[in-house]
Design a protein around this ligand. Structure first.
Ligand code: ARG
Length: 287
């Protein structure tokens, strides 16, 4: 083998997948009728049928990857319910419920908790304000927790107590990246023994204290450009090898390929009008 080929082989490690179970919510009632993040412009028209078709692409992509996809019924009058990631944080069969910041989304909390209960999860009703997996990311054994715009820091302690895991608080500073899942992508959610998990992130979304943590914990992280982050490229979902991303995040796609991942682009332009992408539409169920 030539040296170049050997180097390439080293640079593109064998990535292992593991089967995922996720919860999704069809955007039957999707629209933008209020503004709770800078992406949302209620005066601009939305196309609910197009949102449903684009969401359907994501749904089929997951089925093709062999994922189990469970569905929660959408509720009329809750247009953001499609962003299932915010419905809770589920680990070890425990479902920590969401307690939304804005009144417009508050009824989603009980709706998701009812679903978790009906599907055999040990539901913990939250005391503190939090927006579920939008602000809690499991990376290996630790939970990266966002705060600054939505999820209250007090809920980070609540999560640490409930799940008995290390929770690392990271403060978000750019209102366009208001949930941690818009600023960090988890690439190896549960790496094989001896392998360390990796992430991708947008440095400018964090304050200096957060950046120090990210740099020291994840020295090999992929640093994503503003351009790719601004189509919510980081709002992606990985099974350890296949990374479902926004199809417009071309630079991130290339970075992923160089690292031996298999990026799969999906166009969710209509759901971007609500300020969400691939990951927002996906809540992982870890039983
Ligand atoms: N319109 C929704 C909101 O502002 C979008 C939620 C996106 N979800 C996410 N996990 N980042 O709450």
């Amino acid at each position: 083998m030539t040296e170049t080929r050997a180097q390439n082989a080293a640079a593109t490690p064998q990535r292992n997948t593991s089967k995922r179970t996720v919860l999704m919510c069809r955007p039957d009632f999707f629209t933008v009728s209020y503004q709770i993040n800078p992406w949302m412009h209620p005066e601009r028209p939305t196309d609910t049928d197009l949102a449903v078709r684009q969401w359907g692409e994501l749904y089929r992509t997951y089925l093709d990857l062999g994922f189990t996809v469970e569905l929660i019924d959408p509720v009329p009058g809750l247009p953001d319910m499609v962003y299932a990631a915010n419905g809770g944080f589920v680990l070890d069969n425990i479902a920590y419920g969401a307690n939304f910041t804005y009144p417009e989304r508050q009824p989603e909390g009980p709706a998701y908790m009812d679903w978790f209960r009906a599907n055999g999860f040990d539901v913990r009703v939250p005391k503190e304000v939090n927006e579920g997996e939008g602000d809690f990311l499991l990376v290996g054994d630790v939970i990266l927790a966002g705060t600054g715009f939505r999820t209250d820091r007090a809920s980070h302690r609540e999560v640490a107590e409930i799940f008995g895991r290390e929770v690392i608080s990271l403060e978000l500073v750019n209102p366009s990246f208001y949930h941690i899942d818009t600023a960090i992508a988890v690439l190896d959610p549960s790496p094989a023994d001896g392998e360390s998990p990796n992430i991708a992130y947008l440095p400018s979304a964090f304050n200096e204290a957060g950046l120090e943590v990210l740099r020291s914990r994840y020295p090999d992280a992929i640093l994503v450009s503003e351009e790719d982050a601004s189509v919510l490229g980081l709002n992606s979902y990985s099974d350890g090898r296949n990374v479902v991303i926004a199809s417009r995040a071309k630079g991130f796609e290339k970075q992923l390929r160089e690292r031996g991942y298999n990026p799969i682009g999906v166009d969710l332009s209509e759901l971007l009008l609500g300020g969400g992408g691939v990951k927002c539409c996906t809540l992982e169920l870890r039983r």
